[in-house]
Design a protein around this ligand. Structure first.
Ligand code: SF4
Length: 578
């Protein structure tokens, strides 16, 4: 029987008092911590009679080391970093400045380069970075600035007084598969904080709880996501220059699905290559990992990769919903930043700079709350107002209807995009509606049994071991490691739905969309399906230790019964260099 992770009851947890707790040590969280440290230093230099301390400001990061769970393309628009640390280029780990970019449209066997790169994808002046290395470097700056980063600690619950957020409970360690304490059990801490800043990345688990509890998305469009599946490759010299950027549209997706690929040239002939598939596709058999493998088989890409070697693998979801999908960003005791809120420009395929800027604005607001001694919604409510007045809004407002325009497919999307560009982001309607991606998944009996035009995107990729890989081979290159003896952190509310309804209606799409082979339907020997002629019943089984924390299952499950919660802190992928 599957046992799922849940907070243990009747456990005494030590309490720690904090001024600010930032949950998540990615670009938003680190920019927030660093800005907060700067503001406190500036304040203390002027007000020796009312000094503020940085001692009780903490960043909670679930990975063993800072940056280990960070994955992105990645291209950095330096705007926020230049505000945060002017001249950062001289010391930050930057792979290359973008010197050349192109967008190609792929057909099944051919390709053509767009004569002009669309403005959102013009990247001169941006930097190719490894987000893992960059965030690691930011983490060093944060610690040097006097702020403590707790690695290996996940936030398992928010603490409330009524509807006010008053802190974060960290995960219990040393809990076995049966949800029982082991001999090395250590209870989590209750960090009682004046301000909690959520910077957990896309589909953050605490953010999800909070948005649902306080109904923070009641005036927003549903958030839409994509999943980026990425490989790092070492190529023979001269194939892709450092600073060269290639985007592709089209193959292997059909005009029904949303998505595209990137190739970024880094140092030492290493390239970042990946495919983002919109998590709003209709065929439940579609497999985003397979999409990447098919993409690599295209002659244009296969020629680029010929003689190269895949060295790393990973996957991560990203929010596409844009401005209209932002939830309420602040309330009593809390602020929501970065991908957790949905600050990403999907037309540019960039969000790191927006995540950082939102973290910096949150820092300013939290700082004022500390000075005033008031962390109520009245003070913290300045954060969304400031976001409104910042270049975050300026950038996102222009593309506020972008992704929704693609709900009816590629051609309609391109027509809407052109119209929106001519009307400063408006298009046909002031606010384009949208639907949650999982709602667009169709029942199997309405789809062609042979897969139709999508046939080569469905089911597992086999892999030839050179150019293409099956999931387990790829997964090996993600460095994923979890303590095996712990309850499953993919909490399925009702496994009967998986075993009876989903198997018939959707064919268990989790066994396809998970890029880490976590979900399997196995023969149910306990069901007594006895008679030799009977088709053995199947039941869901989880290889939770494979999980790369991409959150796709939480997002795309058609019944919305999968809840991703953090595993024991420290577990997860190791995205060194990604
Ligand atoms: Fe991603 Fe869910 Fe699979 Fe983990 S189990 S890798 S979060 S889809």
């Amino acid at each position: 029987m599957l046992i799922f992770r849940k907070p243990l009851e009747n456990v005494e947890r030590p309490e720690m008092l904090a001024d600010v707790v930032i949950v998540g040590g990615g670009p938003a969280g680190m920019a927030c911590a660093l800005r907060l440290a700067q503001l406190i230093d500036e304040h203390n230099a002027l007000h020796s009679d009312a000094l503020l301390s940085k001692e009780n400001i903490y960043v909670l990061e679930k990975s063993r080391e800072v940056g280990q769970h960070c994955l992105s393309g990645a291209l950095l628009d330096p705007r926020a970093m230049r505000e945060l640390l002017p001249g950062f280029e001289t010391e930050a780990p930057i792979e290359a400045e973008v010197s050349k970019e192109a967008v190609h449209y792929l057909t099944a066997t051919g390709h053509f380069k767009l004569p002009v790169t669309p403005p959102p994808l013009q990247d001169h002046g941006n930097y190719v970075i490894s987000i893992n290395r960059f965030v690691k470097w930011m983490g060093e700056k944060v610690e040097a600035a006097g702020i403590t980063v707790f690695t290996g600690f996940a936030g398992s619950e928010l603490l409330y007084e009524g509807n006010k957020v008053v802190g974060v409970r960290t995960d219990d360690k040393g809990v076995d598969k049966q949800n029982q304490q082991k001999s090395n059990f250590e209870p989590g801490y209750d960090l009682k904080a004046k301000v909690v800043i959520l910077a957990e990345g896309a589909r953050g688990s605490l953010t999800k709880q909070l948005v649902s509890k306080l109904d923070l998305a009641r005036n927003s469009n549903p958030q839409i996501y994509g999943v980026g599946v990425k490989e790092l490759w070492e190529l023979p010299p001269g194939r892709v220059a450092a600073g060269e950027v290639i985007y592709t549209m089209g193959y292997p997706l059909t005009t029904k699905e949303y998505g595209g690929a990137w190739i970024y040239g880094g140092k030492d002939n290493v390239i970042s290559l990946g495919f983002v598939t919109g998590l709003d596709y209709s065929d439940p058999r579609l497999d985003p990992h397979r999409v990447l493998q098919e993409f690599k088989k295209h002659p244009f890409i296969a020629n680029l990769l010929e003689g190269g070697k895949m060295i790393r693998y990973g996957a991560k979801s990203l929010p596409y919903g844009g401005w209209w999908a932002l939830p309420a960003l602040a309330g009593d005791g809390f602020l929501i930043t970065g991908d957790s809120a949905g600050f990403l420009n999907s037309a540019r395929l960039k969000g790191i700079h927006l995540a950082m800027k939102s973290g910096m604005i949150a820092a300013q607001t939290a700082f004022e709350a500390l000075v005033k001694g008031d962390s109520s919604a009245k003070t913290l409510g300045l954060y969304p107002k400031r976001v409104d007045q910042s270049w975050i809004k300026e950038e996102l407002w222009k593309v506020r209807n972008f992704h929704q325009g693609f709900e009816k497919g590629f051609y309609a999307g391109m027509a809407h995009t052109m119209l929106q560009q001519a009307t400063f982001g408006r298009g046909l309607w002031a606010r384009y509606p949208s639907h949650a991606g999982h709602e667009r998944m169709q029942h199997l009996d309405t789809l062609p049994t042979d897969g139709g035009a999508e046939a080569n995107l469905l089911g597992d990729a086999k892999g030839d071991g050179k150019l293409t890989f099956d999931k387990l081979t790829d997964l090996y290159h993600s460095g994923t490691k979890h303590e095996e003896d712990q309850p499953a952190h993919l909490v399925i509310q009702d496994t009967n739905i998986c075993n009876t309804r989903c198997v018939k209606e959707f064919g268990n799409p989790c066994t396809h969309f998970c890029p880490a082979n976590v979900y399997e339907m196995v023969e149910d020997t306990s069901s007594g399906a006895g008679a030799p002629s009977a088709t053995p019943a199947k039941r869901i089984s989880l290889n939770a230790a494979n999980c790369v924390h991409c959150k796709t299952c939480d997002i795309m499950d058609p019944y919305q019964i999968i809840n991703w919660v953090p595993p024991e802190g420290g577990g997860g992928p190791n995205y060194d260099g990604m």
